[in-house]
Design a protein around this ligand. Structure first.
Ligand SMILES: Cc1cc2nc3c(=O)[nH]c(=O)nc-3n(C[C@H](O)[C@H](O)[C@H](O)COP(=O)(O)O)c2cc1C
Length: 146
């Protein structure tokens, strides 16, 4: 089994473009990839049939961490996704001028780990506009762990 699912939540398109770049790099490396917006995914058994998942969300809110709107229901019911024993990498866009820079990324990583996922490497936290070099370097570092 060599299938990867990328699920992203993105309001202005930044995290979506990162997800697209990740998908291209994974496919170039021979992996079978499905990519879906958090708005269009059903959390029940979401991880079934996949070896690896990339979960991405931008961060909103001011004095508290808010996940991107579409990712909220997914996060709330993440225990239904079947993440136990799955390899998971987490990414997202944010802005370091906020108190909780990419707080959604930390929250997703923490919750996935608590549900028994195997977290792959460091998370990817993008400050400002995504740069493809940064995304490529990170994705290649994750590929080394697969
Ligand atoms: C009202 C507002 C609140 C935000 N809060 C945070 C925050 O708490 N932490 C953070 O890292 N970025 C924060 N951001 C920045 C966004 O996460 C950033 O613009 C990101 O690139 C959006 O990604 P998306 O297009 O994938 O949704 C905030 C932006 C706005 C407009």
């Amino acid at each position: 089994m060599n299938k990867t699912l990328i699920v992203y939540g993105s309001t202005t398109g930044n995290t979506e473009s990162v997800a697209d770049d990740i998908a291209k790099i994974l496919e170039k490396n021979g992996r079978s990839v499905e990519i879906v917006s958090a708005a269009d995914v059903s959390v029940d058994g979401m991880a079934n049939g996949y070896e690896t998942l990339f979960l991405g969300s931008s961060t909103w809110g001011d004095d508290e961490i808010e996940l991107q709107d579409d990712f909220v229901p997914l996060f709330d019911d993440l225990d239904k996704a079947g993440l136990q024993g799955k390899k998971v990498a987490v990414f997202g866009c944010g802005d370091s001028s906020y108190e909780f820079f990419c707080g959604a990324v930390d929250a997703i990583e923490e919750k996935a780990e608590s549900l028994g996922a195997i977290i792959l490497g460091d998370t990817l936290k993008i400050d400002g506009d995504p740069e493809s070099d940064e995304v490529t370097a990170w994705t290649e570092s994750i590929l080394e762990k697969l």
